[in-house]
Design a protein around this ligand. Structure first.
Ligand code: ADP
Ligand code: MG
Length: 377
């Protein structure tokens, strides 16, 4: 593998304190590189600016790939929702402007940067002008404080967010959890993964058109609900009848694991046009039932086909309680473990970026420090 700048800066040796921290590890691992030697305990500063949240997190990580243990010391998110709300979606140039404004404000709230072993920043996927603000800022502070800088994949961040501490959502023990099925559902992605381990996976399906979060946002707009629409549709659905309207379940019976959500969205549009006096809560509940049924059916079929021991749910839409409960119900029927991130870590945050960076340090995977809007997993 080509040595990127981040790897070089690791190999050149970090600050004095890092050397002290690594001594014990080196004693039992003769011949290990300074990079591996940091694995005993690593303090990470993570930065996320891929869309409309400017976020910083400080994490302490240890345990290695077998049993990674992550402690979130700080988790700061400056949301731009109010700025984008009048436009009904994220405006890239406004996002860039707000990130540039918020990055130094949040950074001031971070504890001792000298104390960090590594800085990590999202390099994709996302809006490139937004990603660049984080990368540029991270480069400046990495240079100023002489810290190694690592790029992180936002989708890996979502996937690994179940490793972060969870207070409200109780996750089962992580032993014997593979093979696993990963379901990443956000505003930009709907992906099914077959995972053989924490670091080895293959994509088995994804959406062919809209992501499920995008469908939620568009249906919300049709129902005249504010942006972001997912939580609003979920709220409205609570008072509606999920069986009132039989919206289609696209591709639910297809043999593959791909998804399609633009059809449900169009059906909602036509239904609203043809039934102007309908009850919006019934539309929200029926749409949600159709979308979630497809997600759960495909994830469970994949789990059966690959004899999965667990399902990992991740991404902004994983905040949806109806989806969580439906998956909980189906997985518990067959004794499959379900891992979900705590509610703080579903939508975009930097703690998950720290988690992904830690796993990639262990895996020795490096990303170039350039924005890649279409980066995949
Ligand atoms: P991105 O797609 O930029 O990575 P997130 O991972 O933060 O963003 O996901 C945001 C998406 O998640 C939006 O489409 C939003 O509507 C959706 N979402 C957030 N909360 C919920 C919820 N409770 N129910 C359904 N969708 C939700
Ligand atoms: Mg996201």
């Amino acid at each position: 593998m080509k040595e990127g700048p981040a790897l070089r800066s690791f190999s050149e040796g970090g600050p004095h304190r890092l050397a002290v921290r690594t001594t014990a590890f080196q004693a039992v691992n003769r011949g290990s590189t300074p990079l591996e030697a940091t694995l005993i305990l690593m303090k990470l500063l993570a930065i996320e600016t891929s869309c409309d949240e400017t976020a910083f997190a400080v994490l302490e990580a240890k345990g290695g790939l077998k049993s990674p243990k992550l402690k979130v010391i700080q988790n700061l998110v400056a949301s731009q929702i109010k700025i984008h709300r009048p436009f009904g979606g994220v405006v890239p140039n406004l996002a860039k402007r707000e990130h540039i404004k918020n990055l130094p404000i949040l950074f001031k709230k971070i504890g001792d940067v000298e104390d960090m072993d590594v800085i990590a920043v999202t390099v994709g996927p996302g809006l490139e002008p937004a990603l660049w603000t984080g990368i540029t800022f991270a480069k400046e502070i990495a240079k100023k404080y002489k810290k190694p800088l690592l790029g992180a994949n936002h989708l890996e961040g979502h996937l690994y967010s179940f490793l972060l501490p969870s207070q409200k959502s109780k996750n089962p023990k992580r032993d014997r959890m593979f093979p696993a099925i990963g379901l990443v559902v956000s505003g930009g992605h709907t992906i099914l993964l077959k995972m053989d381990s924490l670091t080895k996976w293959s994509k088995i399906g994804e959406t062919r058109d809209d992501a499920v979060g995008e469908a939620y946002d568009k249906v919300a707009r049709m129902l005249k609900l504010p942006y972001p629409g997912g939580p609003e549709v979920e709220k409205l659905a609570k008072s509606g009848n999920p069986d009132a309207i039989n919206f289609p379940r696209p591709m639910i019976h297809h043999k593959n694991y791909d998804f399609s959500f633009s059809g449900i969205k169009t059906s909602v549009l036509y239904y609203l046009r043809d039934n102007p006096d309908c009850k919006p809560a019934d539309v929200a509940a029926s749409f949600q039932k159709a979308a979630v049924e497809v997600l759960v059916a495909k994830a469970m079929r994949a789990a059966r086909e690959y004899s999965a021991k667990s399902v990992i749910l991740a991404g902004g839409v994983a905040a949806n309680k109806f989806l969580r409960k439906s998956l909980e119900k189906e997985t518990s029927k067959t004794g499959i473990k379900l891992f979900v991130p705590d509610f703080d870590f579903n939508t975009d945050n930097a703690a998950m970026i720290g988690a992904a960076a830690y796993i990639n340090v262990l895996k020795k995977k490096r990303y170039k420090l350039v924005a890649r809007g279409n980066m995949n997993i």
